[in-house]
Design a protein around this ligand. Sequence first.
Ligand code: ZN
Length: 89
Amino acid sequence: MLRIPCPYCGIRDQDEFRFGGESRARRPENPDQLSDEEWAEYLFYRDNVKGRHEELWVHSYGCRQWFNVTRDTCTHEIVGSRRIGSVNG
Ligand SMILES: [Zn+2]
């Protein structure tokens, strides 16, 4: 089980959190102007990085805040976490 450092509450067990996917996936500003292929790329396709990866998590059974986590997808080591909008986030 992962121990995830919520930037608002501190370290908690993974059971309190929900995974939200890649943190760098940004909603297109003009989705009505995208082709079906471009919209599908945003909705369904991710990089599946091997190594350090930026992810979104929500502390759903705690403060209910979304935040960024840097995790190694090979070892599951959590390198750090930070609030959305903070430096590097
Ligand atoms: Zn929290």
